[in-house]
Design a protein around this ligand. Sequence first.
Ligand code: HEM
Length: 508
Amino acid sequence: MQKTFAIRFGTILGPHGLYLIGVFRKRGPNEPPLDKGLIPWLGHGIGFQKNPVEFLAKMRKKHGDIFTVLVGGIYIHFMMDPHTYGTIIKESKDKLDFDAFASTIVYNVFGFQPSEAHHKVVQEVSKKYLRNKNLADLNQVMMENLKAVMLQNVGSGEGERPWRQDGVLNFSFKAMFQAAFLTLFGTDPCNGGDAKGTSKDHQALQCGEWFEDFQKFDNYLPSLIIGVLDSATKKETERLRNFFWDVLSVEKVLKKDNISSWVAEQDQQMAEIGMTEKMRTQFLFLLFWASQSNTGPATFWVFVHLLKHPEAMKAVKEEVDQILKETDQEVKPGSPLIQVSFDTIKTPLLDSAIQESLRLKVCPFLFRSIMEDLDLKMADGREYVLRKGDQLILFPYLSLQMDPEIYPDPQTFKHDRFVNPDGTKKEFYKNGEKLKYYNMPFGAGPSTCPGRFFAVSEMKLFVMLMVTYFDMELVNKEEEIPPADPSRYGIGTTHPARDIQFKYRLRI
Ligand code: HEM
C-alpha cells in the first residue's frame, strides 16, 4: 500500500516523480532548508499524506517559514510567511504556473485535461455571471430554489408545528445541493399541463436522490486524487462518474429550462474552441463538482457553529430581523415568503460569522509549478533560489488562518472576529505589519475561486431562511462540534469526521 501510494503520488506530481533523484539531491547554495526524510525517493510521503497539518506544523517548527520536503519523488517548497504571499501570487505564469498541477488532478478525477484556454473561459465567464448585477439575478433564483427545497413538507398549517430531526451536515449539504443544482443547471422542461411548481418539486426530489451518489463520489476524492483505489472502489468510482456523465450530458442539460448563463455560456464557448461533446460533458461534471463540493460542507460549518454558539445565532438573527423590519416584511402565516437583495442590505455580523467558519475549516493547498530557476525575495529581505521542476505550495490555513499572532485563540469560533463594532471590516497584522491576505479559503490571484461571491451569497441565503423560518437546536446541546476529517486537508473545505444531530420546526 505504501509503495502504491508513493508511486501514484509521484506520478501525479509530475514527470520528476518518476526519477530516482531523491537519493542524490543536496541543498544548494541559497536554497531553502531541505528535508528528504529517511526513506529514499518516498521521503515524507506517508507522514504528509496521513495528516498534512500536523506534518507541516512539525516541519515549520524544525526549519522555519520556508523549507523543502521530498514527497514521493518530488521536491515541494512550502512558503509559510504570509507577507511574502503577494510576491508569489503576482509572479508571472511563465515562472510560477498555477494550472499545470491542477490539470493533472482534474484529469485523474474527472477524466478531462483542461488547458489554458479552458481556464480562461472559466475565469472570464465567471467574472461576467458570478458578480455584480448578474450575480444579483442568480441570487434571486437561488433564493426561490432554497425556499422551495427548505420550506416544503415541513409541517406548516394549523396547530403545533412538529419537531423534525436530521444531521446538520445532511440537512445543510443536501438543501444547498438541490437548490444550487436547479439554479445553475436548470429544471426539466414542463410537459403538457404540468405546472412549473410541480416540475420544480419533482426535480428537487430527484436531486435529493442524486445527492447520495454525489456524496459517495466526493468521499472518494482524496483517494482519486492520489490514485490509490482497490479494484472494487475503482469500479464504484467509474460507475458514479458514468452516472454523472449521463445526468449531466450536454444533450440532457441543453434540453433543460432555466439553465444559468454561467453554465450555458461556458458550454457554448467550449464548443466554439473545438471540444468534443464527450469532453463538454466531462467539463460540465467538473463545473458541477466545483460548484457543489465546497459550498455544502462550508454551509455545514457555518450552521453548526451558530447552533453551538447561541449568542452568535442570536446576534445573526437580530441582524436579519432588523433587515426584515427595515424592508417592511412580516413573517407570519399567510404572508409572502421573504425577499432579500444583497445590493441593498448589509449583514456585517453574518458576513463575519461566515468568514470565521471558513477561516476555521477551509484549507486548500495553493499550488505553483516552478517553470524556471527562480530567485525569491522574501518580505523580510531573505533571498532564496527555487529549482525549476519543483513545486511550491502555499498553505494559508497553517501560515495565516491558525496563526495565534494574527488570530488570538485561533481554534475558537468568534462570530464577530472580522467586524468592528461600527460594522466596518477589521484589519489583521503580523510582526506589526498589516496583512494584505489574511483569510484565503478561496485562494488568491489569477487562480482564485471564481465562484467565491456566489458561494458566500448562497450561505447567507441559507442562514437567513433558517433563522427566519425555524426554531432549531442541537439534539444534545453538550455535544462538541465534530472535528474535521484530516483526509480533506489540502483539498478545500474539510468535512466533519461525523455528522451531528439537530432538531428544527417551522415557526410560522
Ligand atoms: C465555500 C465554497 C467554496 C470554496 C471554499 C471554494 C474554494 C476554491 C479554491 C480554493 C479553488 C482553487 C483556487 C486556487 O487554486 O488558487 C477553487 C476553484 C474553483 N472554484 Fe471554488 N470554492 C467554493 C465555491 C465555488 C462555487 C459556488 C463555484 C461555482 C459556482 C466555484 C467554482 C470554482 C471553479 C470553476 C474553480 C476552478 C477555477 C479555474 O480553474 O480557474 N467554487 N475554489
